[in-house]
Design a protein around this ligand. Structure first.
Ligand SMILES: NC(=O)c1ccc[n+]([C@@H]2O[C@H](COP(=O)([O-])OP(=O)(O)OC[C@H]3O[C@@H](n4cnc5c(N)ncnc54)[C@H](OP(=O)(O)O)[C@@H]3O)[C@@H](O)[C@H]2O)c1
Length: 314
């Protein structure tokens, strides 16, 4: 495993981490035994960063992790998030009021069965919250009290990422970054490098599209609460699959599959501290971690840049 610095936090973090949204059933039904095998394998392979949220399964992912980390809590840099409401009358809203975040942070600590969270992230705050929210004082007080060690944001838009870095309070920014979503490289990463803000690259496999295993026929599999049910449909899905097809040239020599290439691509950017693919089981965890063992040759990186610049047009 390769290790990097997580921005200015002083934490030494594995280049590949584990995203646990899948363990809460957001990618179809899950068995706890499979989730636990992914977590155990992460430890075996030197993966020391796990990302979760109180929103994943309305706390289910945190509860599972709390049980899984018994006796080895100190071996892992544990990151969670708050602000996305998943239960009660405010379900679906994002709330960053001081009282609300104080309350849900305490609930996360309980579910995780720990007295400290290494990284607490605001889960998709708006630019207004980032620039003017009273929530920052809550985070600073929690840090002083030892409940959290560091804090940052997980963002959706480039404007939010830029605002967070310019504001200067977030120590980390979590953002979608992958071969099919390279905008952060142009907008957020240069600022993050200058300010030494750690970048956590999420959705590196584009929810499976960048593993090379999906075809248009798979769209019928994604139903109900599966996060892919809406986006992996029709023309939009076919277009993304066609782009992934064009990226298969990356698989040669030591790069054995597209999944490895997709992860190695993210790690290669110096602004990126850690990549957090979701892993449903031990096998996926092993494959994802192996992305840290390969490098993309410069000529291939240039070709990826060219494909991106022309929007993957023929
Ligand atoms: N707003 C936010 O803060 C936010 C939003 C999204 C994600 N995240 C974080 O980022 C993490 C990663 O994002 P993600 O899980 O949405 O997307 P992802 O990592 O791109 O894709 C994960 C999915 O791809 C498939 N997969 C993973 N490894 C594989 C392998 N080696 N071979 C074949 N298939 C594989 C699995 O689904 P199947 O087995 O079903 O194919 C898995 O659930 C999340 O767990 C979460 O921690 C944060």
């Amino acid at each position: 495993m390769k290790y990097k610095e997580l921005g200015k936090t002083g934490l030494r973090i594995s280049a590949v981490g584990l995203g646990t949204m899948v363990h809460a059933g957001h990618f179809g039904a899950m068995k706890d035994s499979e989730s636990l095998s992914a977590i155990d394998t992460a430890f075996e392979l030197g993966v020391n960063f796990i990302d979760t949220s109180d929103a994943y399964g309305a706390g289910y992912s945190e509860t599972l992790l709390g049980n899984a980390l018994k006796g080895r809590r100190d071996k892992v840099i544990l990151a969670t998030k708050g602000g996305n409401v998943m239960v009660g009358p405010n379900r679906g809203k994002r709330i960053f009021d001081a009282d609300y975040i104080s309350q849900v942070m305490d609930e996360s600590l309980k579910r995780l069965q720990t007295d400290y969270i290494d990284l607490y992230q605001l889960h998709n705050p708006t630019v207004d919250v980032i620039e003017h929210g009273e929530v920052w004082q809550v985070l600073e007080r929690a840090k002083q009290a030892g409940k959290i060690r560091h804090y940052g944001v997980s963002i959706n838009t480039m404007e939010e990422g830029v605002a967070a870095i310019k504001d200067g309070r977030a120590e980390t920014v979590q953002v979608e970054y992958n071969l099919l979503a390279q905008e952060p490289r142009e907008t957020i990463f240069p600022l993050a490098e200058k300010a030494n803000v750690g970048i956590i690259a999420r959705v590196p496999l584009k929810r499976g599209i960048l593993t090379g295993k999906l075809t248009v026929a798979d769209e019928t599999r994604f139903q109900g609460e599966d996060v892919r049910a809406r986006s992996f449909k029709g023309e939009a899905f076919a277009k993304e699959l066609a782009k992934a097809e064009q990226l298969k040239f990356l698989v040669h020599g030591p790069v054995k599959n597209l999944c490895q290439a997709a992860i190695a691509f993210c790690i290669a950017h110096p602004a990126v501290s850690v990549v957090i693919p979701g892993a449903r089981n031990a096998e996926q965890m092993r494959e994802n971690a192996s992305g840290a063992d390969v490098d993309i040759p410069a000529a291939d990186t240039d070709k990826v840049a060219e494909l991106w610049q022309r929007g993957f047009a023929a």
